[in-house]
Ligand binder design. Structure first.
Ligand SMILES: [Zn+2]
Length: 197
């Protein structure tokens, strides 16, 4: 969880950090803040597709629908508003997220499993952006329904907006990553103390 050396994607930009420990929170983490500057790791449909491949949702080499960037950003906005409101204990409009859930169509498929038995899976009905993003919308809905929002938090560093699901045993996780924000904070405290002395 500590290793977040940014990997550089094919577009030349670093890939979004994978520190959320939940698909819906890593969706929010495709927008970050660095030295007060907003960073969007999604600047093109290919960026979104590459992210979906990293999440194991899409396969590399697949066609990227032309509206994937717009739909991805719309979904992210809907999920961000819902999660922030749920975290704050405030009411929120479920309609924007439901639009994405309703557009997610899958078809059941019967197939042999690895052990020679039978398995039933669901496949996205077609290669539309809505179907590609469907599992992400569904993960967000599950989080809103079943998530323990005491454990859904934002990194405590003032220059960081990343979200995570605290799955540590002690439930005392404070940073998106110790390597990044935890150490940054420690160094700042150390500087302040030395300065005061
Ligand atoms: Zn952070």
């Amino acid at each position: 969880m500590d290793a977040v050396a940014p990997r550089v994607g094919t577009g030349g930009r670093p890939d979004a950090p994978q520190v959320g420990d939940h698909l819906a929170l890593d969706l929010l983490n495709t927008e970050a803040l660095s030295q007060g500057q907003a960073i969007d790791h999604w600047e093109s449909g290919e960026d979104v597709h590459r992210w979906l491949v990293r999440q194991g949702i899409a396969s590399a080499g697949e066609h990227t629908p032309s509206d994937l960037l717009q739909r991805g950003r719309d979904l992210r906005k809907a999920v961000r508003e819902a999660i922030a409101a749920r975290k704050a204990g405030e009411p929120f409009d479920v309609q924007p997220l439901n639009v994405h859930l309703e557009a997610y169509l899958t078809a059941p498929r019967l197939q042999r499993d690895a052990a020679g038995g039978w398995a039933m899976t669901r496949l996205p009905a077609n290669g539309t952006a809505a179907s590609l993003l469907g599992p992400v919308a569904e993960a967000a809905a599950h989080l809103l329904v079943e998530g323990d929002f005491a454990l859904v938090r934002q990194c405590e560093h003032p220059d960081c907006i990343l979200w995570f699901y605290d799955r540590t045993k002690s439930h005392k996780r404070r940073w998106c990553s110790m390597a990044q924000c935890g150490n940054r904070q420690k160094a700042a405290r150390f500087r302040k103390r030395n300065h005061a002395e």
